[in-house]
Ligand binder design. Structure first.
Ligand code: ADP
Length: 491
């Protein structure tokens, strides 16, 4: 089976969050089961150079496949091919006018240097979707015809809308929602720039309160919709989590399912991770302490063993509930606990965390920024990772934390609820869980963690439970393959 993945980011080429982890590692798991995957990405690059080109310089065997013409007036669109170190086949969409910007490196692919969405994001990602649809339809001409297109998030949401516009025999589309909050809504007057049929611009199509939503397009026209955990698949059908699309999701619930994300344990494994101070395993958690010491030393925090070191690796947004941590901290700091933070995002939250670190230099260290290597040391070095999200489609950091024997402390929502347990309902305890998004319940959970931490034997038992959990991609890949077969058979 040939499957064309279309996404706007993929680890290790370009990453802002969990979407990249999934788009870069699920295809590798699928390949192991003989699914032939190609991943289409924009060729984000620095203008004026070809040798320094940001994405393409990371690929092997780079070659030009063909031109896709100049249908949108942004200059010639060229298709490049190459592969990653892991042997993943990549198609790069080269269109310098759309994807060449120094800010793609500094601010990620969606924002300009002042942190605002690029003005032309509707065009940047309509062209990605258009190219995905074109390659899905005409792949035979290139000797690689997809049996199915797997599109990810709003950036690839228009693919089934192009298929609908062209009304030809197109491959089926599976669409995955990684985060419903980002629904690709743009001003209605921009619709004419996309080359889509005007017949789709209505409330039963992709119109969204006189604007249009690329994610809504996918919900309407994709053959199957998945999201990244079973609990989130249920939650998004309610007003609380549905971002205004809950009615539509209920209508399409026959084609909606949740498949929990997996982890690539060749990247996230304390036994082999080269970004941490000392490797360790479930049999030898003692060496985890060396990482704890290294993390504290790295941050000029004094070493203490009486209270836990809590960690945060996250985008700093209200979704992640990190404002609650600030309010929950005072009583937990009194117990001598420490907090190490790596994150970036909301400027007000960044400032609040920096201010906290200044006020508590012995207990809190904050790094504002994005640092893949340091995120590994932080995972290995802290005792408990805080993820108090208001909503969480899947969440990956708790899955990594489990493997590193770093007990996740999470809110009971989405994929966090599907992957971490405090030992209720006969489940094995692997972390700490609280229910309502308020500072009191979070503080109580942090105190429970600190209580257990003071009983080293019990803590080690929980670490051992956590490290035994297996969230490798194999199970999820099987579920996706079963879904691909089902969708193709229905055509
Ligand atoms: P989301 O996709 O909502 O940001 P996930 O938990 O699904 O949340 O995925 C986040 C990914 O991004 C993880 O791989 C995490 O380690 C990584 N990450 C988040 N913030 C940072 C940061 N500041 N530095 C390094 N990695 C980060």
């Amino acid at each position: 089976m040939k499957v064309l993945f279309v996404a706007s980011e993929a680890y290790p080429l370009i990453k802002t969050g969990g979407l990249a982890d999934v788009a870069g590692t699920l295809p590798i798991a699928l390949k192991k089961s003989d699914i032939d995957v190609r991943l289409l990405l924009p060729n984000y690059s620095i203008p004026g150079t070809t040798t320094d080109s940001f994405i393409s310089s990371q690929l092997h065997n780079l070659n030009t496949v063909c031109t896709l013409g100049n249908p949108f007036g942004f200059g010639e669109i060229t298709l490049l091919a190459g592969n990653t170190d892991d042997g993943l086949d990549i198609w790069l969409l080269d269109c310098p006018e759309l994807y060449s910007s120094p800010n793609d490196i500094k601010s990620g692919p969606y924002l300009d240097s002042s942190g605002r969405d690029h003005d032309n994001n509707h065009q940047r990602f309509a062209v990605l979707s258009w190219a995905g649809a074109t390659l899905g339809l005409h792949g035979k001409l290139l000797g690689w015809q997809a049996d199915l297109v797997h599109a990810h998030d709003w950036q690839a949401g228009l693919i089934p809308a192009y298929f609908k516009t062209w009304q030809q025999r197109c491959p089926p589309v599976v669409f995955t929602i990684h985060n419903l909050m980002y629904s690709g809504v743009f001003k209605g007057e921009k619709y004419a720039e996309l080359g889509l049929s005007s017949e789709l611009y209505n409330v039963d199509g992709l119109e969204y309160y006189r604007d249009f939503s690329t994610l809504k397009a996918a919900l309407q026209y994709a053959d199957a919709i998945t999201t990244v955990s079973p609990t989130y698949a249920e939650e998004i059908q309610t007003t609380e989590f549905g971002c205004g699309l809950e009615g539509l999701l209920q209508k399409h619930k026959h084609k909606l399912s949740g498949i929990l994300n997996g982890v690539d344990y060749t990247i996230w494994n304390p036994e082999s991770d080269r970004a941490i101070a000392k490797n360790y395993s479930a049999r030898n958690t003692g060496a985890k302490n060396d990482n704890r010491s290294a993390l504290l030393k790295h941050n000029n925090l004094p070493l203490q063993n009486d209270a836990p070191v809590f960690g945060i690796v996250s985008r700093l947004t209200s979704q992640k509930g990190l404002d609650l941590v600030i309010d929950a901290l005072p009583s937990i700091l009194e117990r001598g606990a420490q907090l190490v933070v790596l994150g970036s995002g909301d400027k007000a939250l960044e400032a609040q965390y920096l201010e906290l670190a200044q006020r508590h230099p012995q207990q809190i260290a904050v790094t504002i920024g994005y640092d893949e290597n340091y995120s590994h040391l932080l995972q290995a070095g802290c005792d408990s990772l805080l993820i108090p999200s208001r909503f969480e489609p899947c969440g990956l950091t708790q899955l990594y934390a489990l493997k590193y024997g770093t007990l996740p402390l999470v809110r009971h929502t989405g994929g966090l609820a599907d992957s971490v347990s405090e030992g209720m309902d006969g489940k094995l305890q692997t972390g700490f869980v609280f229910g309502n998004a308020n500072a009191e319940e979070l503080a109580a959970a942090m105190h429970r963690a600190a209580d257990v931490y003071s009983d080293k034997k019990q803590w080690q038992q929980l670490q051992s439970n956590a490290m035994k959990m297996d969230f490798s991609w194999d199970n999820a890949a099987e579920d996706y393959i079963a879904l691909y077969h089902e969708v193709i058979a229905k055509r």
